[in-house]
Design a protein around this ligand. Structure first.
Ligand code: PLP
Length: 428
């Protein structure tokens, strides 16, 4: 593969954009090499500026559940654009997508649309604090909820009662209100709650984690969280930015049969346009301005093009009764193929999978939390990543990311991917 034009574009971009990118992971820092500059994409494929074609397992980091340039979304956006791109006034379209979302997702009465997953999670936390009149939150090490200050807190020794910021610019004052827990460890959560009795507003979690690779909750963990929240007047926030409308029409709540108090959305809900949303029962949502005192707003929130894209996407998901099982079958097929290809070549690995999310960890231990995810061999991952790229398979440039399976992938694409893994595995 030649990356001449991508290299030149990257050099040029670095003069005017920090690191040449508008979101850090795109810079390939974890794996080295030059980021690929996308030119276009259709279905399961993304094409770069040098004319290379890649089978895409990133899919814009999740939104393209039905493939790139999905025709109903493209048509809806083009049509809406002709009528004006933003009004800053309510539109019928916003109610239409809200009604559909509320009908698809369990346990929510109202939904508010924002512009990103970060905004959704940030607003959900403010709402939880306003509703409970408490300040502290619990988040899990390795879970990502966007880049707002409260969430940029890393675990460290002694971080049992409060964390330390992991980005300059996040104040100690903010950090002290974010408590860190270990994913899949309910006893750890219970002890944090006990040590901070009456002070915790919310527990926020990726109900199926996707930002330390894919890590499903162990049996009973989400149930345990629900019980701890109920016993202590804590709101349970499911960050379904990744899992919402992906793992089931009603997301992880439906898949796992657990009700959250507030649910955050992003990615799929916008069909590839910048959209996030948060939702809850009336009792909680009615605390939000203009009904209640908790302020939250946005010039472009509910933007007509974004809502048109999201609506076309949700309609397609809602009417395709075979979609979720098709996605799962494809993911299962890929899992089996990759396992065989790596095992045949004695490459130590663990694969986690649920629905259309899958991740390959170069470690032989079960990957159940951030600590075990971090044990994966990063040098092997780097070789694997570049090997795949050179064979036209685009996976995320980080060992801590999930692969997203789209409905546009054919079994031929999957076979091509498995064959690439088999070739690369010989040199790992
Ligand atoms: N929450 C989760 C679970 C995510 O995976 C992400 C992004 O990857 C976010 C929140 C933040 O969303 P955004 O990047 O749209 O701000």
């Amino acid at each position: 593969m030649l990356y001449q034009r991508s290299s030149a574009l990257f050099k040029e971009a670095q003069q005017v954009i920090p690191g040449g990118v508008n979101s850090p992971v795109r810079a390939f820092k974890a794996v080295g090499g030059t980021p690929i500059f996308a030119k276009s994409a259709k279905g399961a494929y993304v094409y770069d500026e040098d004319g290379n074609r890649f089978i895409d397992y990133i899919n814009s980091w999740g939104p393209m559940l039905l493939g790139h340039a999905f025709q109903p979304v493209v048509d809806a956006v083009i049509e809406k654009t002709k009528e004006g791109t933003s009004f800053g006034m309510p539109t019928a379209l916003e109610t239409e997508i809200a009604e559909l979302a509320v009908s698809m997702v369990p346990n929510i009465d109202k939904i508010r649309f924002v512009n990103s997953g970060t905004e959704a999670c940030m607003s959900a936390i403010r709402l939880a604090r306003g509703y409970t009149k408490k300040d502290k939150i619990i988040k899990f090490a390795g879970c990502y909820h966007g880049h707002s200050d409260s969430f940029l807190i890393a675990a460290g020794s002694g971080a049992v009662t409060f964390g330390t910021p992991n980005s300059p610019g996040v104040t100690q004052g903010t950090a002290k209100d974010t408590l860190l827990a270990t994913y899949n460890d309910i006893e750890n959560v219970k002890s944090l709650v006990e040590a901070n009795k009456g002070e915790i507003a919310a527990i926020i979690i990726e109900p199926i984690a996707g930002n330390m690779g894919c890590i499903p909750p162990v049996e009973g963990f989400l149930e345990g969280l629900r019980a701890v929240c109920d016993a202590n007047d804590i709101l349970l926030i499911f960050d379904e930015v990744m899992t919402g409308f992906r793992l089931a029409n009603g997301g992880a709540q439906e898949l796992k049969g657990i009700d959250a108090d507030i649910v955050c959305f992003g990615k799929v809900v916008g069909g590839g346009l910048p959209v996030g949303a948060f939702a809850a029962r009336n009792e909680i949502m009615n605390h939000l301005a203009p009904l209640g005192p908790v302020y939250q707003a946005g010039t472009l929130s509910g933007n007509p093009l974004a809502m048109a894209a999201g609506l076309a996407m949700l309609k397609a998901i809602n009417t395709d009764t075979g979609l979720m099982s098709r996605l799962e079958e494809k993911t299962k097929y890929l899992h089996k193929g990759i396992t065989e290809a790596l095992s045949k070549n004695n490459v130590t690995h663990t694969i986690n999978r649920i629905g259309s999310m899958i991740s390959v960890h170069f470690s032989d231990e079960p990957v159940v939390d951030f600590e075990s995810a971090a044990k994966g061999n990063n040098d092997t991952f780097k070789k694997f990543f570049h090997g795949m790229l050179n064979k036209g398979i685009y996976i995320a440039p980080s060992a801590f990311e999930t692969w997203f399976i789209t409905d546009a992938l054919t079994y031929q694409d999957l076979n091509e991917t498995i064959a690439a893994v088999e070739e690369i595995a010989k040199d790992l």
